[in-house]
Design a protein around this ligand. Structure first.
Ligand code: FE2
Length: 380
């Protein structure tokens, strides 16, 4: 039997190892307290500046279901969800992210969350009645990476509309799939999230071991969140899943017909990382939303970790479609627990955009083969 402890090149062009090959020389201390048992990413709370415009985008165009709403906040869920919401749109003066919220296995896990983050010296707040409607006892923290993170178990159950095909749109969003966070020091962030119980499924590195991004999971998919190298803390995107690829194409067609194609930032396409089919949209405040489908099962304890070469032109798009610069550089600010934007720290390691597009010609389709400086069809 072959051992996967060594880095093994696959026939698809990426590498696999048994353990995540990421090391940090600048770790957040590992707490003695056990981390809470996290089930999955559950919802994001977004601050939006124009509630009517955001409602039009998320409800009328993308078809999310309104669980509850009033003049200042809208609670939305995907069609297969049974908890109160997957997305909160709260009206505020500055667009940003108020919470990345995870569901934990039981109410007792909240005590563990308090102990874990308190030991790290983080700001921790607990509200027995929850920070939002439909959610009970909750803990919110400003984590060591600067992100506002929430944990909860208690939630109001609402009807799972999966059987209501009369409500399905051609582009129905069926589940919340993942978050994506921008952070300057990816190995430091990975180590901290591993201490919190996450496992790495994929990453992007270069020949010097610089890590550009990593995908980490609790549920048995490729990720619950991704850590993307860049100036941070910022929120890169929140992703909803559709059942099939054609649902994503239907969303593109609908946006075209509504003369809203300017909301499409990147895609549709097939990712290399995660193998998923994707589309990136920007909402009326510029918050990025990914529509995502058909990644793979990762739940076995010896699930192979995939590592991509940053110079592999198929890592971000399997068809080699170039990544647009705004996708690398733009992201949403995140708020502290008082609702003020967190200061952004610049990344000091090399940027993925700088080493893979432009005049450097570093990207390849076939490793070891001399490639033209630009992909066919490149536009300056
Ligand atoms: Fe994503």
């Amino acid at each position: 039997m072959s051992e996967l402890n060594e880095r093994t090149k696959t026939s698809s062009g990426f590498y696999v190892t048994k353990e995540a090959p990421i090391k940090t020389d600048n770790p957040v201390p590992t707490p003695k307290a056990s981390p809470p048992d996290i089930l999955r990413c559950a919802y994001m709370e977004l601050i939006v500046t124009d509630l009517a415009k955001s409602r039009n985008f998320y409800v009328d165009v993308l078809g999310l279901t309104v669980t509850e709403e009033d003049d200042s906040v809208i609670y939305l869920r995907s069609i297969e969800e049974f908890i109160h919401h997957n997305l909160v749109l709260r009206k505020g003066p500055i667009a940003g992210v108020a919470a990345f919220s995870y569901r934990v296995r039981s109410a007792e896990e909240l005590d563990k969350a308090v102990a874990f983050y308190t030991e790290l010296g983080c700001r921790v707040e607990r509200l027995k009645d929850g920070f939002t409607k439909g959610i009970g006892d909750s803990v919110r923290v400003e984590d060591p990476l600067g992100f506002p993170i929430e944990f909860f178990y208690e939630t109001e159950h609402v009807e799972r509309l999966a059987w209501r095909y009369d409500l399905y749109t051609p582009g129905a969003l069926v589940r919340l799939d993942h978050f994506n966070q921008v952070t300057p020091d990816v190995p430091r962030a990975v180590k901290f999230m591993q201490d919190l119980g996450f496992r790495v499924t994929e990453d992007i590195q270069d020949e010097d071991g610089i890590v550009y991004a990593a995908w980490i999971r609790r549920k048995s998919t490729v990720h619950d969140t991704a850590l993307t190298g860049g100036d941070g803390p910022r929120m890169h995107h929140v992703a909803f899943a559709t059942h099939e690829k054609h649902n994503i194409l239907a969303i593109c067609d609908k946006l075209g017909s509504l003369r809203m194609s300017d909301h499409i930032e990147r895609g549709p396409g097939r990712h290399g990382v995660s193998n998923a089919f994707y589309l990136y949209l920007r909402d009326p405040d510029g918050h990025r939303v990914e529509i995502y489908t058909q990644d793979y099962y990762t739940g076995d304890p010896d699930n192979p970790v995939v590592t991509w070469d940053v110079h592999d032109n198929q890592r971000r798009d399997w068809w080699g479609t170039p990544v647009v610069p705004s996708w690398y550089t733009e992201a949403s600010v995140v708020m502290d627990l008082d609702g003020n934007p967190q200061p952004v720290v610049a990344r000091t390691d090399a940027s993925e955009m700088a080493v893979t597009i432009g005049a450097d010609g570093f990207s390849y389709t076939r490793e070891g083969e001399e490639m033209p400086e630009y992909k066919l069809g490149n536009q300056l």
